[in-house]
Design a protein around this ligand. Structure first.
Ligand code: NI
Ligand code: MN
Length: 226
């Protein structure tokens, strides 16, 4: 499995179980950090942490192109079903075994309204994702503030956590989060996309490495291979 960072909070899991491609929070159009020279592979599953546009992103367009299954909370799934997407609704705390692996929805402290034209549609509870595939555990925290629930995470091989502040954890809180569950590798996300979420990833890296956790600062398009 190859786990690729595509800017902001976009993560692509490529070639899981010999062939499934799974994208998390596919914010492509309008994402200032998306690596435009990267050619997206066929997408089999889309995981959406919450309804904000920098996460829901290009989900509908990708559904039209690849007809994947979208995994998200029930409210976002209802919305997407009306837009013609194939969906698999879940909720925080729920686990399900898909053909590519096991997915659990983890708690996130955030909002989830879907901005559709002039309307904001109720988008249920935001979440993160804990994915077990190819013998590895990958955690994508979604957008979240610091939460004690992270203490319940166990044996995480690779964690993507937000550090940009303002809407989500800042560097200081993200360090506390890492201390709670000590993933093998942590990758900071959701920072420096815009000025309002400026953060110093090098400071984050220096501090978490003092805790014995490896930190990889990935440029958009770079990946980690298991
Ligand atoms: Ni958000
Ligand atoms: Mn966001």
């Amino acid at each position: 499995m190859r786990v690729r960072f595509l800017g902001h909070a976009v993560v692509l899991l490529e070639d899981i179980e010999d062939g499934y491609n799974v994208i998390i929070d596919p914010f492509i159009t309008g994402n200032p950090k998306y690596p435009n020279d990267f050619k997206l592979p066929r997408i089999d599953y889309i995981l959406v942490t919450h309804g904000h546009n920098d996460h829901l992103g290009d989900t509908v367009e990708l559904c039209k192109k690849y007809n994947p299954i979208v995994i998200s909370n029930a409210e976002i799934c209802s919305y997407l079903q009306l837009k013609g997407c194939r969906v698999h609704p879940m909720h925080v705390g729920g686990t399900y075994y898909f053909e590519f692996g096991k997915v659990k929805l983890t708690p996130a402290l955030h909002g989830s309204g879907i901005h559709d034209g002039e309307n904001t549609i109720y988008g249920g509870n935001p979440c993160g994702f804990l994915i077990n595939a190819d013998g590895k555990t990958v955690y994508h925290a979604g957008d979240t503030g610091l939460t004690k629930e992270m203490e319940l995470l166990k044996n995480v091989d690779l964690a993507f956590i937000p550090i940009g502040g303002n809407y989500v954890m800042d560097v200081d809180d993200a360090i506390v989060a890492v201390e709670m569950f000590k993933p093998k590798i942590v990758v900071p996300i959701h920072y420096n996309t815009w000025d309002i979420i400026r953060a110093d990833a090098d400071e984050f890296k220096a501090e978490v490495e003092k805790l014995g956790v490896e930190c990889r600062i990935l440029k958009p398009g770079e990946y980690i291979e298991f």
